[in-house]
Design a protein around this ligand. Structure first.
Ligand SMILES: Nc1nc2c(c(=O)[nH]1)N[C@H]1C(S)=C(S)[C@@H](COP(=O)(O)O)O[C@H]1N2
Ligand SMILES: [Mo]
Length: 530
């Protein structure tokens, strides 16, 4: 005898929709925190746009006009809701089937994100969190629905009317029902709240992304010199001499990428100045701009680490802006502040000497990416980012080291942060076996604003051998180097060291990044096979 009442398909579908909605909200919130480019919805939407035939695109634009993106999102929401409802019903019929459907859609979202943004493990976090949340919630909701079924009064007969059966099973049924609805309600409310928050985030980011897309940067009054062919070592697998924007390391304290609108952006020069100066984005673009390749690095970069990148930056020399404001004689530091309140303390003399310290608007020929400080950031050759490279910059305050400190200084990092001469082996990768014979070693070395004179390699602590040093782009960038070494089968320990243009050898003592930058020689172990 069938002891289960009519399947509560409608509520199972609702459970599926609530679980998926919460998953989507979790994914979008994670993208809001990590990086707007990791939004699973945007990635899937972009994949849909790329996949539909051009005719459909034209049709969508003619029907929805500028609301075509909103229409796409509504369409996606309907499709996701339909699939989620199906997953809810499947899960209700048979355990784990609906969860599997949700998991598959999470993987599809992950695939969409991976094909549309840089392939980093971080790209997988939003879609996997989304799928994980949806699966867990589905597994929480559906068993409660079953509990409600099982506790219901069943097949009332003439001899045992429903009312009588209800006297025993009724309270249990009511309790199970309450439990199901409580969980459903909480899930729906949490996903709505998360969705609204993610939507606000996304709206602000989208408006700024669109404003960025409309910008045409002016040509530089002082253009960057073309990269000399001899600057490339030409070894396969080395770090590119100029780092593409999407591969550029990102370091900041911003929980979500600040969305700063260029139309309302102003930079104020304040503090110990003869006159305060205010600059709009349009003012800045109208200045004679300088374009230079500059390698920036993070103080947290460990020996051999990759928190360093080289880009072609377009901007206005900071010294010209400071000259307009007229620093007072006792000022010795510029405290730059970002839209999100982060600060860096830079020695005034570094910003007024002849180096190309820039109020940058462009990175490798594009407006700055949002993650790298759009609309305006500082780039200062020779100093670690934490004391110079303020992104989303909104204020330069002339002050004194005795009176003020940048964000990281009270947190255990040195007040001053000149970049230390350093070098890295990129090829062969540590721990990857190579064939005996001529083994090509290659990598980079840097001593920004001083330049590199010599790079040397030693094998198994033997004598140092001088590597071929490529022509640098300038002293403000890293240099590529390579060395061919004949090796017989065996295990080798290979170390690199650089000498800067002032003749100073890289510091050999192994020290951690705090408080003012790691030192020591990058060491790799190479396994040479016969
Ligand atoms: N607003 C803001 N700017 C910032 C930071 C930050 O936390 N907030 N971090 C700095 C640090 S420590 C570094 S190393 C560089 C990194 O710049 P990138 O993310 O463009 O590579 O940005 C600097 N600018
Ligand atoms: Mo940094």
């Amino acid at each position: 005898m069938q002891a289960v009442p009519r399947a509560r398909g409608g509520w199972a579908a609702a459970a599926g929709i609530a679980a998926a909605g919460a998953g989507v909200a979790v994914g979008e919130l994670a993208a809001g925190v990590l990086s707007p480019s990791l939004s699973p919805l945007t990635a899937v939407g972009g994949a849909v746009i790329d996949a539909v035939p051009p005719g459909v695109k034209d049709w969508a634009i003619s029907v929805f006009g500028t609301a075509d993106k909103a229409a796409l999102l509504v369409g996606m929401a309907l499709v996701i809701a339909a699939l989620a409802a199906l997953a809810g019903v499947l899960e209700y019929r048979r355990r784990f089937t609906g969860a599997a459907v949700m998991g598959i859609f999470g993987l599809a979202g992950a695939a969409a994100v991976l094909t549309r943004s840089q392939m980093t493990p971080m790209s997988l976090i939003p879609p996997l969190l989304a799928a994980g949340a949806a699966v867990v919630l589905l597994r929480v909701l559906v068993p409660r629905l079953h509990a409600w079924d099982v506790s219901m009064p069943v097949h009332p007969t003439a001899s045992q009317p429903a009312a009588a059966a209800g006297t025993t099973a009724g309270p249990v049924a009511a309790q199970s029902r309450r439990s199901f609805f409580q969980f459903l309600g909480v899930t729906a409310a949490a996903s709505a709240a998360g969705g609204v928050l993610a939507g606000i985030w996304r709206g602000a980011t989208m408006a700024v992304t669109e404003a960025r897309a409309r910008i045409t940067l002016p040509a530089a009054a002082s253009p960057a010199k073309p990269v000399p062919a001899a600057a490339e070592s030409g070894v396969a697998g080395t770090t590119p001499l100029v780092t593409p924007n999407r591969d550029f390391y990102r370091i900041d304290t911003a929980l979500s990428v600040p969305a700063v609108n260029p139309d309302s952006w102003v930079l104020k020069v304040t503090g110990k100045v003869a006159r305060e100066v205010q600059l709009s984005y349009a003012d800045l673009l109208a200045k004679p701009l300088t374009e230079r390749h500059i390698t920036i690095a993070c103080v947290s970069n460990g020996v051999g680490g990759d928190l360093i990148g080289n880009a072609r930056w377009l901007g206005w020399p900071v010294r010209e802006l400071l000259a307009l404001a007229g620093p007072q004689p006792d000022a010795d530091m510029v405290l730059s502040r970002s839209a999100d309140g982060w600060t860096a303390g830079t020695p005034l003399e570094v910003l007024t000497d002849n180096r190309d310290a820039l109020l940058a608007v462009g990175m490798n020929g594009e407006p700055l990416p949002l993650e790298h400080g759009f609309p305006v950031r500082l780039v200062v050759p020779g100093l670690y980012g934490y004391v110079s490279a303020t992104k989303w910059v909104t204020e330069l305050k002339l002050t004194r080291f005795a009176d003020d400190a940048g964000y990281w200084t009270p947190r255990g990092w040195s007040e001053r942060g000149p970049i230390k001469t350093s070098s890295r082996i990129d090829v062969p990768r540590s721990g990857r076996p190579v064939n005996a014979g001529t083994v090509v070693f290659a990598g980079v070395a840097w001593a920004q604003h001083t330049g590199i004179r010599k790079v040397e390699l030693r094998i198994n602590r033997g004598p140092w051998r001088e590597a071929d040093l490529a022509t640098g782009i300038s002293a403000d960038t890293w240099y590529q180097w390579k060395l061919d070494v004949d090796l017989t089968p065996g295990q080798y320990e290979v170390q690199v060291r650089a000498t800067n243009h002032a003749g100073e050898l890289q510091d050999e003592t192994a020290r951690p990044p705090a408080p003012d930058g790691a030192t020591g020689f990058h060491t790799v172990r190479v396994d040479v096979k016969s």
